[in-house]
Design a protein around this ligand. Structure first.
Ligand code: URA
Length: 291
C-alpha cells in the first residue's frame, strides 16, 4: 500500500482547512523555516555555511574533546553581545530619525524575523505627553503604527476624554516588533529593546510619561509590583541622557480595559491626574463601559 492510498492527495483548499483545524490562524513568513538547519549542533553543514572562514570546521562538538563552554553559557554570552550592540547603536543616535534607522537595521532580536515591520511611533514628538505600551499587535504590525487596533481605538477615546488626541501626544512601545501570535514579549526580548526605548525617551524629552500596562512600568521603572498597585501613582523616571527625572504614571493597558470594563473608573481617575499635571482643568465624559 502506498502513502497516497493511506493519505489521499489533498486540494490546496483542503490543506488550508487542515492547517486551520490544527490551530494555525496566521502565516508569519512567505517561506517555511527549517529550524533544524538553523541549529548548527543539528546540522554541521549549515553551521559551516554561516561561517566564512571555516568550511572544514565542524559545528558539532567532538565527543572526545570536552565542550569548554556549555550551551546555556554560549547562549547567554551571545544575548549579552546583542544587548551590547543594541546599547551601542542606541547611544550613537542623535535624532529620532537616527534611532528609527538604527532599529530598522538592528537584527539582534528574534522577533524581527517573524514580524512584518518595525513599529516606531505615532503622534507628535514635540508633545508634552509620551505614552508607552508593550508591543505591537497584528494591526500595528500590518500598518507600522502603534495602537491602531481595538485597544488603540479605546486609547483614542480615553485621550479625547481629557481633551487630547494623537497630535497632542507621542505614542510608542517598549518592544517595537510584534511577538508572534500576540504573545507577551519574553523578559530577554524586553531587555534587548531597553536601550532603544531608553534613548527614544531621551530624544523626545517629554514632560510626562504614561506607561500603558505592567510591561512598560516594570521595564522602565524596574518595579515588579502588579499594575493594580502601580497605577495612579507618580514615579520619577530617570536616565543618563535626560537633564532631569520625568514624572511617570503607570495605568491600565487599554486591552485590559476592554476585557475588564469596570476598571475604566480607575483608569479615568489616572487620566484626570495626568490632565491635572498638564495644567488644564478640562474634564470631559469618559467612554461608557462596553457591555
Ligand atoms: N498593545 C500595545 O501594547 N501596543 C500596541 O501598539 C498595540 C497594542
Amino acid at each position: 500500500m502506498t502513502f497516497d492510498q493511506i493519505v489521499p492527495p489533498m486540494t490546496p483548499a483542503q490543506i488550508l482547512r487542515w492547517y486551520l483545524d490544527a490551530g494555525v490562524d496566521e502565516t508569519i513568513g512567505d517561506e517555511a523555516l527549517d529550524r533544524y538547519a538553523l541549529n548548527p549542533r543539528v546540522s554541521p553543514a549549515i553551521g559551516a555555511r554561516h561561517s566564512d572562514d571555516a568550511p572544514h570546521r565542524s559545528a558539532v562538538p567532538s565527543p572526545i574533546a570536552p565542550q569548554t563552554t556549555p550551551f546555556t553559557a554560549r547562549a547567554s554570552s551571545s544575548a549579552a553581545a546583542e544587548r551590547a550592540t543594541a546599547a551601542h547603536l542606541a547611544e550613537q543616535c542623535q535624532t529620532l530619525d537616527d534611532l528609527k534607522q538604527a532599529m530598522e537595521a538592528y537584527d539582534g532580536c528574534a522577533l524581527k524575523r517573524t514580524c512584518q515591520r518595525t513599529v516606531f511611533a505615532d503622534g507628535n514628538p514635540e508633545a508634552a505627553v509620551m505614552l508607552i505600551g508593550e508591543a505591537p499587535g497584528a494591526d500595528e504590525d500590518r500598518l507600522g503604527l502603534p495602537f491602531v487596533g481595538a485597544s488603540g481605538k479605546l486609547l483614542d477615546r480615553m485621550l479625547a476624554s481629557i481633551g487630547l488626541d494623537r497630535a497632542d501626544t507621542y505614542i510608542t512601545n517598549v518592544v517595537p516588533w510584534r511577538p508572534p501570535g500576540n504573545r507577551k514579549p519574553e523578559p530577554t526580548e524586553v531587555e534587548l529593546c531597553l536601550p532603544f526605548i531608553t534613548r527614544h525617551i531621551e530624544l523626545v524629552g517629554p514632560t510626562i510619561l504614561v506607561f500603558l500596562g505592567g510591561a512598560p512600568a516594570t521595564a522602565l521603572l524596574n518595579r515588579h509590583d502588579a499594575i493594580s498597585r502601580l497605577r495612579g501613582r507618580w514615579f520619577d523616571y530617570a536616565s543618563a541622557g535626560l537633564p532631569h527625572p520625568v514624572p511617570a504614571m503607570p495605568t491600565f493597558h487599554p486591552a485590559y480595559l476592554l476585557r475588564t470594563p469596570h476598571s475604566k473608573r480607575e483608569a479615568w481617575s489616572d487620566f484626570l491626574s495626568i490632565r491635572k499635571r498638564l495644567g488644564s482643568h478640562e474634564e470631559k465624559t469618559w467612554p461608557k463601559p462596553v457591555r
